[in-house]
Ligand binder design. Structure first.
Ligand code: ACM
Length: 469
């Protein structure tokens, strides 16, 4: 943004507030138009005493420009600066992940997250819809997924440490799910704010909630498990019967239909193999498939999901564990484990999203745990996010061109309320958004000063952020 050259009085009609920016009133003062004169990713915004004008090279860039205008107007008191801005993002994927499985969030709460993402020109909401602790999406033909799989009887209190006999539970049922209609509504709500929702169905592990609803989808159909009440990794994963693949076809096809995004995230992380090792059905399948190692079974799931989704014209995204198998060329890798992940995936030619658990996991503490609400562990301050070296490995130019973006993660084991989600998300999300947009990195001191000036915008949205130290 250029320096303000003057302040213009803010017309009453340009009071922008969450959830209303697409209505006509706030935009009376802003003329908007697409132009072929600008590259597709670029927008140009000018605000003068005579009015505001926005042009852009595509609908997506127009949304970015509108969100910039919204940012300028939000929290402004009586006047806004005259500016001329020409801008475009460095990264196509500027994402936030939200885990609605570990703790369910209402449609209204997800909409608030979408509003705050738009304010920061983030453009992808990765919705983690299924996991061991709750299945959140209606799937026609499988009513028990939401009747049974969306509810757990109780939840672990505190950390999952020490002997199992010492664990305490809250004794309170927790759950909830979205109808397909509600999800279509969310997709449209997000689209109007320039945000694409990418759904995740985590498979073949992280499936205990589905197995609680339909034990026949597991490796031992006579084994009745409940929706998981503790965190960590469950050994109960999908079985290998025809029924399981029919189920996956139905789920993925319906999810692909609800969400128009060209991607579906199929998880692929943390899939234990102990049940496959013990299962005679899995051994028979391995012979049929010509596999020699149990570890190769997951690759069959990944390939199956990719084939099914390709029929709906979609590509798969998956966590980096899937690199252990052969993958379709158009797979997008979400790198969460630090180490050689980025190097490996880009060397193999895969587009890759940076989502590492060192700098982008907002379930970590953001200050001394002694003075913070309970979190999963770790320490990732807002300064750590802003100053992170996201791509620490030497990548050549071809590899760098495969890094399509950056994403923050909100795993919600220790975020039981929307308030706690906001506390953990902000202000780290502000730093992430700045890095994802790719503005030239300044010193931390410079960013901190701008961040302090930005906080009134979060206040205007009612965001319950962690105050800066
Ligand atoms: C992950 O954190 N298991 C992707």
């Amino acid at each position: 943004m250029t320096d303000p050259i003057a302040l213009v009085p803010l017309p009453q009609s340009v009071i922008w507030s969450a959830g209303t920016w697409e209505t006509t009133a706030p935009w009376d003062e802003l003329s908007v138009g697409l132009t072929e004169d600008l590259p597709r990713t670029e927008y140009a915004l000018s605000i003068s005493p005579h009015g505001a004008n926005l042009t852009a090279g595509s609908e997506a860039a127009l949304a970015d420009g509108r969100n910039t205008f919204a940012q300028i107007v939000t929290g402004a008191h009586g006047s806004i600066p005259c500016v001329t801005i020409s801008d475009y993002p460095v990264h196509a994927w500027r994402g936030m992940h939200l885990d609605v499985s570990r703790h369910f969030r209402t449609v209204a709460e997800v909409e608030t997250m979408i509003d705050t993402m738009a304010l920061h020109r983030l453009n992808v909401l990765h919705l983690h819809l299924t996991d061991d602790q709750g299945w959140r999406v209606e799937i026609k033909g499988y009513p028990k997924l939401t009747e049974v799989g969306a509810w757990r009887d109780q939840t672990l209190v505190g950390h999952m440490s020490g002997q199992e006999e010492t664990w305490e539970f809250d004794g309170t049922p927790h759950g909830g799910s979205y109808t397909q209609e509600e999800l279509r509504g969310l997709v449209e709500y997000a689209r109007r704010r320039g945000i694409m929702i990418v759904p995740e169905v985590d498979l073949p592990g992280h499936m205990q909630a589905a197995l609680a609803a339909y034990p026949n989808l597991g490796n031992f159909p006579e084994q009745q498990v409940g929706v998981r009440e503790v965190w960590g990794i469950s050994d109960h994963v999908l079985g290998v019967s025809d029924e399981v693949f029919d189920f996956l076809r139905d789920v993925l096809t319906q999810v692909a239909d609800i969400f128009p995004a060209p991607y579906v995230h199929i998880g692929g992380d943390e899939c234990p193999r102990v049940e496959w090792e013990r299962s005679s059905a899995a051994r028979t399948r391995m012979n049929e498939w010509g596999l020699t190692r149990v570890s190769e079974i997951q690759g069959r799931f990944t390939q199956f999901a990719a084939d099914v989704l390709a029929e709906s014209g979609k590509r798969i995204i998956a966590w980096d564990e899937v690199l252990e198998s052969h993958l379709p060329d158009n797979t997008v890798i979400m790198n969460w484990r630090h180490g050689n992940g980025l190097k490996t995936s880009t060397a193999r030619g895969f587009q890759t999203i940076i989502a590492n658990n060192e700098h982008t996991y907002f379930d970590h503490y953001q200050a001394d745990p002694a003075h913070e609400p309970l979190a999963i562990g770790g320490l990732t301050t807002v300064k750590d996010v802003y100053t992170a070296e996201f791509s620490p490995h030497k990548l050549d130019d071809d590899q760098k061109s495969l890094l399509i973006g950056l994403q923050g993660q909100l795993w919600t084991e220790y975020m039981p309320t929307a308030e706690q989600v906001e506390y953990m998300a902000f202000p780290r999300m502000c730093a992430l958004a700045e890095r994802a947009w790719g503005s030239p990195q300044q010193s931390w001191d410079e960013f901190e000063e701008r961040l302090r000036a930005h906080l009134p915008r979060l206040d205007a949205f009612g965001v319950r952020y962690r105050p800066l130290d």
